[in-house]
Design a protein around this ligand. Structure first.
Ligand code: FAD
Length: 509
């Protein structure tokens, strides 16, 4: 008898880092696997990311003579959590630290190459591993491997709903009404809700930040919504990374970022990082930057001004300027530096931003590689003209600032040129932290702790209350949890154990 709707063993909803890893693991476990991605191309927030993963027990650490282990990583993650520690899901933290080495192995097996690990206190040893040449490599390598493992990948296919029968999730309905069956399980890997509409944001986020844009406008919390609709709940819904000021991403990819991020190219990049002298290397590495860089707060502490598109200053730069920036015309602002500051932000510790590969980026890096957001001139009217701002207003703004010591809050008067203007920048919600309640197999749980049969969640959609402060833990979680959820769904029966063992990760049907 033919089935009324196309059927698969496992359906994965969302093709970012977690979804691609889940698809790969499910397909490799022998399951007939379908990945559905609503956008025209794969990638999600994973593709927008810097590409750093915090990991212990890696070959890169071993090669650098760094001894590390899951228990130390577990303890250090708690130091990052700080006051959020009581809200942390310690079972999932344990899942992270115990499985990140295996996830990194899988990533390297599909051809990904990482730079040598770099420190980030309070991690006791260097744990931050940056993918090379940029985060597009995750998407390319994992999708190729998933295809090779026999998975089917469909883009432009938005999942609108889950179907259920007898309390079990049986498949999905697409936005055009098409129904697809999942015999063993559906894995929600649809990301976060930083780009969601006002309804979902009103349910989850503090009022003061609901109007702030998400960097990824297609991160609309679809998985959280679908999970809630059948009885799960979202843990830590109010937690969010941001609002944070970031420069706009480069408007068009540089010639270098158009080179496919293959293993050979990544290996060449790593070789260059080890062999080339700094002055030659920096422009090369900066040209890989595809992401939204965040200006250092030190710029504002040292006396830089925030200016809107009308050439006006609009807030105390040292007192949480992110919300005022988000309320400016076009939601845009610029950072204005005088001549002394322009000289100062050329050397440690006065960096403009961190940047993948180079670590810390200075004004000369921006002057060379980010001409779209770097403007300089000897006078304020000339500067304004270059950046398309009203020159009279900019000159008047600086004069008013210098005439009123109380407006400066202890910062120095604004000096002479040559001036630098960096921007535009915006305030963004980078991503939200609320994920569906999950157990250590990434099964989705009801609020009472019982599992919803046939439903799994991973990555941001399945964050389950895990606190991922510091850098590199969100991508790490996407790959760790996607790996476990994909394998668990492929092996799924209703008596699935609470924790997926290595044997189950390798199971075949
Ligand atoms: C600028 C920036 C830099 C970052 N840098 C880092 C970093 O260096 N290290 C780090 O650890 N973290 C970083 N992060 C965070 C990290 O990128 C994310 O937490 C992580 O990528 C989330 O992965 P995911 O697979 O859960 O979601 P995503 O990568 O967002 O994937 C979700 C996918 O699901 C799709 N989808 C959504 N709804 C549906 C639907 N209804 N039907 C079908 N498909 C759907 C989406 O289109 C998307 O492709 C950064 C974030 C930002 C914004």
């Amino acid at each position: 008898m033919t089935e009324p709707h196309p059927s698969y063993d496992v359906i994965v909803v969302g093709g970012g880092g977690a979804g691609l890893m889940a698809t790969l693991r499910a397909a490799r476990a022998g399951a007939k696997t379908l990945l559905l991605e609503k956008n025209p191309s794969l990638g999600g927030t994973t593709r927008l990311s810097v590409g750093s993963i915090s990991a212990n027990g890696t070959p890169q650490q071993a090669a650098a003579g760094i001894a590390d282990n899951p228990d130390d990583h577990f303890e250090d993650l708690g130091k990052f959590a700080g006051p959020l520690e009581p809200r942390d899901n310690l079972d999932l933290r344990r899942v992270y630290v115990d499985n990140i080495a295996a996830a990194m192995r899988d990533l390297m097996d599909v051809g990904l190459v990482f730079a040598d690990p770099v420190p980030e206190p309070p991690h006791r040893v260097p744990r931050l591993h940056n993918v090379l040449p940029h985060s597009g490599a995750f998407i390319r390598a994992l999708s190729a491997a998933a295809n090779a493992a026999g998975a089917t990948i469909r883009t432009g296919a938005a999942v609108a709903d889950l179907t259920t029968a007898g309390g079990r999730v049986t498949g999905v309905v697409l936005s055009d009404g098409e129904r697809l069956l999942a015999r063993r399980g559906v894995v929600l890997t649809s990301g976060d809700y930083s780009g969601a509409g006002p309804d979902l944001k009103a349910d989850f986020l503090p009022e003061a930040i609901r109007h702030v844009e998400g960097i990824n406008v297609t991160a609309t919390g679809d998985g959280q919504r679908m999970g809630r609709a059948i009885g799960s709940d979202v843990v830590n819904p109010d937690l969010v990374w941001g609002p944070e000021m970031r420069f706009l991403a480069p408007p068009k990819p540089s010639a270098v970022t158009r080179i496919p991020p293959t293993r050979a190219f990544a290996t060449l990049t790593r070789f260059a990082m080890r062999a080339l002298p700094g002055p030659l290397l920096r422009p090369f590495l900066m040209s890989f930057v595809t992401t939204f860089l965040a200006p250092s707060k030190t710029l504002l502490k040292e006396g830089a001004l925030l200016i809107n598109i009308h050439g006006e200053r609009f807030c105390d730069e040292t007192d949480a300027p992110e919300i005022p920036v988000s309320r400016q015309p076009d939601r845009r602002a610029f950072i204005l530096l005088d001549g002394a500051m322009t000289q100062k932000f050329e050397a440690w510790p006065y960096f403009v931003s961190t940047a993948p590969g180079v670590g810390y980026a200075y004004l000369s890096d921006y002057r060379r590689n980010r001409r779209d957001i770097f403007h300089s001139a000897g006078s304020l009217p000339q500067l304004a003209q270059k950046a398309g701002l009203p020159g009279d207003a900019l000159t008047a703004t600086v004069a008013r600032y210098n005439a009123d010591a109380s407006a400066r809050g202890g910062r120095p008067a604004f000096g002479d040129g040559p001036y630098t203007l960096l921007g535009p920048l915006k305030s963004w919600l980078c991503f939200t932290e609320g994920g569906l309640r999950t157990d250590t197999s990434l099964r989705v749980l009801r609020a009472d702790g019982t599992a919803i049969a046939g439903l799994f969640a991973a990555g941001s959609a399945g964050q389950g209350g895990l606190i991922l402060e510091g850098h590199g833990h969100h991508l790490g979680w996407a790959f760790v949890s996607g790996r476990i959820a994909g394998a668990a769904a492929a092996c799924c029966d209703d008596s699935a154990p609470a924790t997926v063992s290595e044997k189950e990760l390798a199971c075949t049907h």
